[in-house]
Design a protein around this ligand. Structure first.
Ligand SMILES: [Zn+2]
Ligand SMILES: [Zn+2]
Length: 288
């Protein structure tokens, strides 16, 4: 035993440096292997995540929506979006659907409506003007007040004039803002409450057989060009469904009681832009 002890002691003494190098070498090797192992684990994890993501992507189905006009099913990425509705084509978005709603309009349903008597098909367009408060559009965008008014949501506290009218229950089918936007409140199948006591060539209660279009404006300011263009387009869209439409102003069917659309409305400009036959204007084309 003593001899063996002595042997190892002298061995370590003699090979001291060699042993230290050997230990250093083994330590460095172990460290290298440890780092390599870590890297591989990390690589494996990210690779697995990538594969997982790709698999998820592959199985995630494309959202399918339905055209509001023709009920066709199509991927959302291929559909035209208007508010929260989808359309399969520009043609279907830009025309009246079979429920009497115009796809390209902003839909703001009004409670002020009822059904047309014995399913009457409209054959008259009544043109109006409205601005809230009076001439409110001149120095700010005030279209929303009209929208609120037709939806019975007008806040009477916002203007003295609103207090006078807030309880009136009225509507129209369409409103064209100063910026040319189209709002629709009532389906053309239904009766909107825009004409009041009225008579068109001997036929009373014009709401029963007419479509009301309000232009944001008044008797003192010319209507905007974009309003004429939008009105032209809207008239063509309506005419495609109702080819017997004639055109009159509110003042024509309720004389002495109503003045709109007033002297500022250029009937000739409207008629010529649309190339509507003159016979469709029984009250003529003079400004009045
Ligand atoms: Zn469609
Ligand atoms: Zn009117």
């Amino acid at each position: 035993m003593l001899a063996a002890d002595l042997f190892w002691k002298s061995f370590f003494r003699e090979h001291d440096i060699l042993i230290k190098w050997l230990l250093l070498f083994v330590g460095a090797g172990a460290l290298y292997l440890w780092i390599k192992g870590k890297k591989q684990t990390k690589l494996n994890t990210s690779e697995a995540a990538k594969i997982k993501a790709e698999r998820t992507k592959a199985v995630e189905p494309e959202v399918i929506v339905q055209c509001h006009h023709c009920s066709l099913h199509l991927p959302q990425s291929e559909a035209l979006t208007q508010e929260n509705r989808f359309y399969c084509s520009q043609e279907h978005r830009d025309n009246l659907d079979n429920q009497g709603w115009l796809g390209s309009a902003a839909w703001r349903l009004s409670p002020n409506q009822d059904i047309r008597p014995s399913a009457l098909v409209p054959d008259l367009v009544v043109i109006h003007h409205i601005s809230l408060p009076p001439s409110g559009f001149v120095d700010r965008v005030s279209t929303q007040f009209i929208v609120d008014f037709f939806q019975n949501k007008l806040d009477a506290s916002l203007h003295p004039y609103f207090e006078e009218i807030a309880n009136q229950k009225v509507s129209s089918h369409f409103l064209i803002s100063r910026r040319g936007e189209v709002f629709q409140f009532v389906s053309t199948h239904n009766k909107a409450w825009h004409a009041g006591v009225s008579s068109f060539l001997g036929r009373e209660k014009c709401n029963d057989f007419s479509i009301g279009i309000e232009l944001e404006g008044d008797s003192d300011h010319p209507f905007e060009d974009i309003q004429y263009s939008t009105l032209t387009k809207l008239s063509a869209q309506l005419n495609a469904i109702y080819p017997k439409l004639q055109f009159a102003g509110h003042s024509d069917i309720a004389p002495g009681r109503k003045l709109d659309p007033g002297m500022q409305f250029d009937w000739k400009k409207f008629q010529s832009k649309n190339n509507i036959p003159v016979e469709k204007f029984p009250f003529g084309l003079d400004q009045r």
